[in-house]
Design a protein around this ligand. Structure first.
Ligand code: SF4
Length: 222
């Protein structure tokens, strides 16, 4: 896209600081059901589901965890079976050997250092084996203590299209978003972009004509 066109489009929609609240408000109204798609009923299940979701779909994880959470209820349960049995039980989520190893390591640390409870801060969560910053971010946010903004492929694409960041690197995108998005919305914001990205602002062919924020978006095609 020519630079002059981008410049004109940015001028038309106004500064991002003035647009961010209306963007959040309208997306909230358009996607009142926007929330995490992984099913869980307690912090331990949430942590396990997010760890299993790497490199696979949420639907796939939900299929596996339905039986998994019946069988494994406490951190001790994951260590009570032979590693191969846990591998078999999570096989369908892919990368099952690595994921089983991470789960066992995490359960061991939860028991030894956190009384079997899931910690709430990112700094503690990233200490758990196999828990990267993105996983920690999701878990902390869902437990009501967001300390960052989750950046996945949808959040990245929409943030760029909306002119909220010029960065490519997820860590830098997160930094830009944290400066812009009001703190009380850090947990919800990624869900709004993810759901809008799945339903309207599709990767290949965004449906700008039916987008509720097209007048606030410098990439709008209408
Ligand atoms: S106007 Fe188009 S590009 Fe912008 S957010 Fe909406 S669908 Fe995406």
């Amino acid at each position: 896209m020519p630079k002059s066109y981008v410049h004109e489009a940015r001028k038309r929609v106004g500064p991002k600081r003035a647009r961010i609240r209306p963007i959040i408000g309208r997306l909230q109204a358009a996607h009142p059901d926007a929330k995490i798609a992984l099913r869980s009923t307690n912090p331990l299940q949430l942590l396990v589901a997010v760890m299993l979701s790497a490199q696979t779909t949420d639907v796939n994880v939900n299929r596996v965890t339905t039986a998994l959470f019946e069988k494994y209820r406490r951190p001790e349960d994951y260590l009570a079976v032979p590693p191969e049995e846990l591998e078999r039980d999570i096989y369908a989520t892919g990368f099952f050997r690595q994921k089983a190893k991470s789960l066992r390591g995490t359960m061991k640390m939860l028991i030894e250092e956190y009384d079997g409870e899931v910690p709430r801060t990112i700094d503690e969560l990233v200490r758990l084996p196999g828990v990267a910053r993105k996983t920690a971010n999701v878990v902390a946010a869902e437990l009501g203590n967001p300390q960052g903004i989750v950046v996945d492929t949808h959040v990245r694409r929409l943030s760029q299209r909306l002119g909220l960041t010029k960065q490519e690197d997820p860590v830098k995108i997160e930094r830009d978003l944290m400066r812009l998005v009001p703190r009380e919305e850090w947990g919800l914001f990624p869900h709004l972009l993810i759901w809008h990205g799945r339903r309207v602002c599709l990767a290949r062919l965004p449906r700008c004509a039916e987008c509720v924020i097209n007048d606030l978006c410098p990439s709008s095609r209408v």
